[in-house]
Design a protein around this ligand. Structure first.
Ligand code: ATP
Ligand code: MN
Ligand code: MN
Length: 301
């Protein structure tokens, strides 16, 4: 059993209880970020990240040898997992291997111990697998698209979501694009959520065919932005707010306030290394109102 521990003061990162083997193992050589450094990063952001990663099935990008080695996209438990990791069974496929979920920072730390360098949650919780509580429009710029164009796309998605009665929040992906997310009251099912997201993407592509596409065909993407609505399907995932990415520089998917969208903040601007400075300078959580502003899925726009 774990030793008893005093609770830290409210604003201090919670104390770590899960043991890290080889804490000095380097996961991001270029950034000098180690396993222990990653666990410390997650302790710093945990308070803000928790609502988006707890109690939902998770897919992980595991890189046991760091970002330069082999990588596995993994949704199911492996040998030697800490007991802080939940193993929820898909009620629709009870014969399948269990999934992975966490409830607290111990769980996330145990994932770090397992070399999970990216955390990709489902859009529904293990309390209700069938009804998503988040809608994600993933903006994927094609070759030659200027960043300003991606910013404009995000603002347009926001406008359309708000017009439909949803609130909208934006984050960098830590890769090449932006994600615009709308909190949902988990009432409508996946079929309805996907239909809504597809209708929104199709409408943008129809209104501005020179700027946007809503189909995956790579040939059509050059110079345009794919409004990728396919995150909104049962079993699909998107990278979590504050998750690191297994790419050079240790970029993170960073929640932003809409006023922060600017040419100065590119998709990989925020990293595990500069995030503590960002958090210290923030006067409010840019996604603090996420759950409070959730609304039921409206009819397709
Ligand atoms: P970018 O901004 O570069 O597009 P992204 O995270 O949005 O970054 P995408 O390729 O648009 O990347 O989205 C892919 C999403 O699909 C991932 O975020 C992940 O959750 C999910 N996914 C599904 N299968 C895989 C896989 N085998 N490997 C990695 N991601 C996968
Ligand atoms: Mn993307
Ligand atoms: Mn995509």
């Amino acid at each position: 059993e774990d030793p008893p521990s005093a609770d830290p003061p409210d604003d201090a990162p919670p104390r770590r209880r899960v043991r890290l083997t080889h804490p000095d193992r380097i996961y991001w050589p270029d950034a000098g970020l180690t396993k222990e450094g990653l666990a410390d990063y997650y302790a710093e952001v945990w308070r803000l990240m928790a609502p988006f990663v707890t109690d939902r099935p998770l897919a992980l990008v595991r890189c046991p040898e760091g970002i330069g080695g082999p990588r596995f996209f993994q949704k199911h438990p492996w040998q030697g997992l800490d007991r802080s990791i939940l193993r929820p069974v898909d009620p629709k496929a009870p014969e399948d291997a269990p999934y992975l979920a966490i409830r607290d920072l111990d769980g996330l730390t145990a994932l770090v111990q397992g070399a999970a360098l990216e955390i990709h949650p489902f859009g529904s919780t293990i309390a209700d697998w069938e009804r998503p509580d988040i809608l994600i429009l993933d903006l994927d710029p094609g070759e030659g698209v200027a960043w300003e164009q991606v910013l404009a796309a995000a603002r347009e998605v926001r406008e359309r979501l708000e017009k439909a009665g949803l609130s909208a929040f934006v984050k960098t992906s830590g890769g090449k694009g932006l994600h615009v997310c709308a909190p949902l009251k988990p009432k409508a099912d996946w079929t309805a959520a996907k239909a809504f997201a597809k209708a929104l993407a199709d409408a943008m592509a129809a209104d501005s065919p020179g700027l946007y596409v809503s189909t995956i065909a790579k040939t059509k993407r050059k110079g345009r932005i794919l409004i990728d609505y396919l995150r909104n399907q049962r079993g699909q995932t998107a990278v979590a707010p504050y998750s690191t990415r297994a790419w050079p520089g240790a970029p993170v998917s960073m929640p932003l306030a809409w006023e922060e969208l600017s040419p100065d903040i590119g998709p990989g601007h925020f990293t595990a290394l500069n995030t503590p400075t960002r958090l210290a300078a923030l006067d409010r959580d840019p996604w603090g109102e996420f759950r409070a502003t959730a609304a039921p899925l409206p009819p397709p726009p």
